[in-house]
Write a new protein. Structure first.
Length: 389
């Protein structure tokens, strides 16, 4: 049985996930009581089947958990149609007003500037991936430069709640972050209501669908979801992706020789070492996935990292291939909950990778340090040495 807290499993989950997948596409994890979907077909079905969904229930005691509950009961990711449809539609109207693509040149310039300032030895995460992702999503939403240093600590505290196991201290830190983050977004939204700018917060304040619009709590929850999801995954994907690329020097040389492969290399980064490994859904009615019936109220987790290494879909799945095409990975999800920010993440990852390739050499300055988490797979430090041109 998989032990989600085993340090060796967290360090390299893929052998155990491969064994799980080969035994059965769906199996019961007795310790957690969840079913685990490990094959690509089963995980894809979990993400797409309308009988499986995210049905938010406030954590108890509700008074203590209210800061966390408020952000989740009002966001699209924790709801199903018709609420999900309504929330996603309103957010997408603002998100789709050309905000993302207009950032492409600025993102590339920011990545280049950050790397130039980093010097010859640097931490890929602290000096490039994190500030790039925070800058991009903050610029998109309209968070002033002076406040951007607050975003990453808030987000990091909140997303620890999504792990399989947590400590009381991490729960208290998450609640504090939820309170502070929500108060900040509420204040910023009020400012944008009085003085609109060309940013996403201003458009979320004003966007309507007929007479419908986001409530105050929905706007706060939606903005924080975009801020958290909009940089957490891209930071982790660039960190894990570059570690994989540097451990495959022939593929790095191939990419240097043909920079047109950058977009496909980014997709391979997401597939090969998925930044999100688990997405849990609940059965609204009995549903059969890969021959296994999940009872009403039962939970089944799509194991995205296992699905993205499925040999039934990917040739030589444990091989990192910068030219892999097609690459139907599930790194951005599928179905109704497909990641709204996927285009932005791709722009960030392509910009970060391109800036790194501008350096004549890249090598590890130290062994990368893993974050001790499974659901959000990440490194805490990736120190590189690379003399500037």
């Amino acid at each position: 049985m998989i032990d989600f807290e085993d340090p060796e499993f967290i360090r390299d989950p893929y052998p155990a996930l491969g064994r799980l997948r080969s035994q059965a596409p769906v199996s019961l994890h007795e310790k957690s009581g969840m079913w685990l979907a490990a094959s690509h077909a089963a995980a894809d079905a979990v993400l797409r089947d309308r009988k499986l969904g995210r049905f938010w229930r406030d954590r108890e005691p509700s008074e203590w958990w209210e800061p966390f509950n408020l952000l989740h009961r009002n966001q699209m990711m924790e709801n199903e149609p018709p609420d999900h449809t309504r929330l996603r539609s309103l957010v997408a109207k603002a998100f789709g007003r050309g905000h993302v693509e207009r950032l492409r040149p600025a993102v590339r310039a920011e990545a280049t500037a950050l790397l130039a300032a980093a010097g010859g030895e640097f931490d890929l995460l602290a000096d490039l991936a994190e500030p790039l992702a925070v800058t991009v999503i903050a610029e998109l939403l309209g968070v002033p430069v002076a406040d951007r240093h607050r975003l990453r600590p808030w987000s990091a505290a909140i997303v620890r709640m999504y792990e399989v196991s947590r400590t009381r201290a991490s729960e208290e830190a998450a609640l504090d972050a939820c309170l502070d983050f929500a108060d900040y977004v509420r204040t910023l939204a009020a400012q944008r209501a009085r003085d609109p700018q060309d940013d996403l917060i201003s458009h979320l304040v004003s966007v309507r669908d007929g007479t419908d619009r986001l409530s105050g709590d929905e706007l706060v929850a939606s903005a924080i979801l975009l801020l958290n999801a909009g940089h957490e995954a891209s930071v982790n994907a660039l960190g894990g992706g570059m570690v994989a690329l540097l451990r495959h020097p022939a593929e790095l040389a191939r990419l240097r020789a043909d920079r047109a492969l950058v977009p496909t290399a980014v997709e391979e980064m997401i597939r090969y070492d998925s930044p999100l490994h688990m997405f849990v859904r609940t059965a609204a009615a009995p549903v059969t996935v890969a021959g296994v019936t999940i009872p009403e109220g039962g939970q089944i987790a799509a194991l995205l990292g296992a699905a993205n290494r499925d040999p039934a879909v990917f040739a030589d799945p444990d091989t990192f291939d910068v030219a892999r095409d097609p690459n139907p990975h599930l790194g951005f999800g599928a179905g109704l909950h497909f990641c709204l920010g996927a285009p932005l993440a791709r722009i960030e990852l392509q910009a970060g990778l391109s800036a790194l390739l501008d350096r004549p050499t890249l090598a590890f300055a130290a062994e990368p340090v893993h974050r001790p988490t499974f659901v959000l797979r990440a490194f805490t430090a990736v120190r590189l040495t690379s003399p500037p041109r």
